[in-house]
Design a protein around this ligand. Structure first.
Ligand code: UN1
Length: 497
């Protein structure tokens, strides 16, 4: 254990144990070995969270915003260290590690503004002397289950909003990336130490695997479970939360496509296709997995992507801490095996396959040459999400057909069209079945200001910007009679005694 590499977790020893071996995907070296929370400890944390909620909900929202503002400042001061830890633990390149921490800072800023804008409504009543209002109240402890690929940003989208909404938080990070969670927790604790209204246990981390996650998922004291991860995980979490009439916010798999039309400006299209396909080693839920290209430019576009992918594969795959690297390692051997499996599944139908092989970068890590598959149509195996740098390129003839191909997968997160034709752009936006539909920018790299999430097997949740905050609050309709006459009943009902 190299404590010196983890200055953000001064109390790491407190978590030491044999349950979770945390390995850096960069070199396979063990970073730490941690203990999972026991059932009793989780029970205690949940009780603590309920307790924390009962006082935090009474703190005025702008003051709650002040705590989040200070946390944003703390992140600014520790951005580089936290970004390095993100890179060390999940393997994304340092530039993207910085981007991830910047997303946290941005959502904190967003939440601070929001803390003064948790607006309700005044509604016209049908009865004389009555007024109707809709207001938003704190919801309760929020359970946050996050994935390895955005180990800290996705937590912050949830927690920054939940905190200004008056909720307490319980965070079960991916068992592959618990260290970044502990680092965020210790920064949070530092901020709370100087904030008298912040109750003990306002935000806590629960360490463990799916087993520990399940205890949070099943607990009726936690009204909202926000879970990010695979569709497989969502299929388990969704029904379990529903069975106890809890609410879930699910951010699951994607299978995102970029449509390239004949009018596309290829200088605009190519960088987006490349960043979406190979950025973060293809391990974003927003990664570009499919490129649907008009037949008139199909070969040209494929060749351009291919030559860029070959160039990246030859010289830009490597240690994510080193400058110049564009593609770091896959998270682990399982991810590499999934990539191999997907390539074998598509091989019989492929016109051409580029890359997909391991790249030797040093010992231990699973580095791969990004894979590109040329197809003459969308085949069955393409419909499954593969969390790796694997991109399928296929042709279309009419835009209606392109949208049919586009929508024929079970996931519905992010989509994009490359076009300079206004009609094509609008047709695409009307017909894409995804939660995100971009024009002339790629599928990945969404800003925090918009609501983030998708339809179908992506789970239907929306988090981050816009009015996503409403998921973290309880809506209340209240009708007040202020008249002096006998109040009327609604619907014109007469009930004279
Ligand atoms: C994820 O991969 O789970 O839009 C989140 C993006 C990032 C977030 C991705 N802002 O690519």
């Amino acid at each position: 254990m190299t404590l010196a590499r983890l200055p953000l977790i001064p109390e790491l020893d407190r978590y030491a144990g044999d349950d979770l071996k945390v390995v850096s995907p960069i070199d396979g070296v063990e970073l730490a070995s941690l203990r999972a929370d026991s059932r009793e400890e989780i029970e205690q944390k949940i009780s603590q969270s309920v307790e924390a909620f009962s006082s935090w909900r009474t703190v005025p929202a702008p003051r709650r915003g002040e705590l989040v503002r200070r946390y944003g400042e703390k992140l600014r001061a520790n951005k580089e260290e936290l970004a390095k830890l993100v890179t060390l633990e999940c393997g994304k390149i340092l530039e993207e590690g910085r981007g991830e921490v910047q997303e946290m800072i941005d959502i904190c800023d967003f939440a601070v503004g929001l803390s003064r804008q948790l607006y309700g409504l005044t509604i016209a009543s049908e009865r004389p002397g009555h007024v109707m209002q809709e207001s938003w109240h704190p919801l309760g402890p929020v359970g946050i289950i996050s994935a390895f690929n955005f180990p800290v940003a996705v937590w912050s989208w949830n927690s920054a909003l939940a905190l200004v909404c008056g909720d307490s938080c319980l965070w079960k990070p991916s068992e592959k990336t618990p260290l970044t969670a502990l680092a965020c927790q210790s920064l949070f604790d530092e901020v709370c130490a100087d904030f008298p209204e912040a109750p003990k246990g306002l935000s806590q981390v629960v360490l463990g695997t799916a087993e520990q996650g399940a205890q949070i998922v099943d607990d009726h004291r936690i009204p909202l479970i926000s879970a990010t991860g695979s569709t497989r995980m969502g299929r388990i979490v969704g029904p379990r939360v529903a069975a106890r009439f809890g609410r879930s916010l699910l951010e699951l798999g994607g299978n995102n496509a970029i449509i390239v039309t004949p009018s596309a400006d290829l200088d605009v299209a190519l960088p987006s296709i490349l960043f979406g396909s190979v950025g973060t080693a293809g391990q974003r839920c927003t990664s570009t997995r499919r490129v649907i290209v008009h037949r008139s430019v199909f070969d040209l576009v494929f060749e351009k992507i291919k030559s860029a992918v070959l160039q990246i594969g030859a010289s830009k795959v490597g240690n994510p801490l080193e400058e110049g690297t564009l593609v770091g390692p896959l998270i682990d051997e399982g991810a590499y095996k999934n990539l191999k499996r997907a390539i074998e599944a598509v091989r019989p139908s492929a016109l051409e396959i580029v890359g997909g092989q391991r790249v030797e970068v040093g010992s231990g890590g699973f580095y791969v040459h990004p894979a590109l598959v040329k197809l003459d149509r969308q085949v069955e195996s393409v419909c499954e999400e593969t969390f790796a740098p694997l991109t399928y390129v296929m042709p279309y003839d009419s835009l209606a057909e392109a949208l049919e191909i586009h929508n024929a997968v079970p996931q519905g997160l992010s989509s994009s069209i490359m076009t300079t034709d206004l009609r094509e752009a609008e047709f695409f936006k009307q017909n894409s079945d995804c939660g995100i539909a971009n024009v002339n920018i790629g599928t990945s790299g969404a800003e925090i200001g918009g609501a983030f999430g998708g339809e179908k097997e992506t789970g239907g949740g929306r988090e981050s910007g816009s009015d996503s905050w409403k998921a973290y609050m309880r809506r209340q309709t209240s009708t007040t009679f202020f008249g002096t006459e006998k109040p009327a009943l609604a619907q014109g009902i007469k009930f004279d005694v």
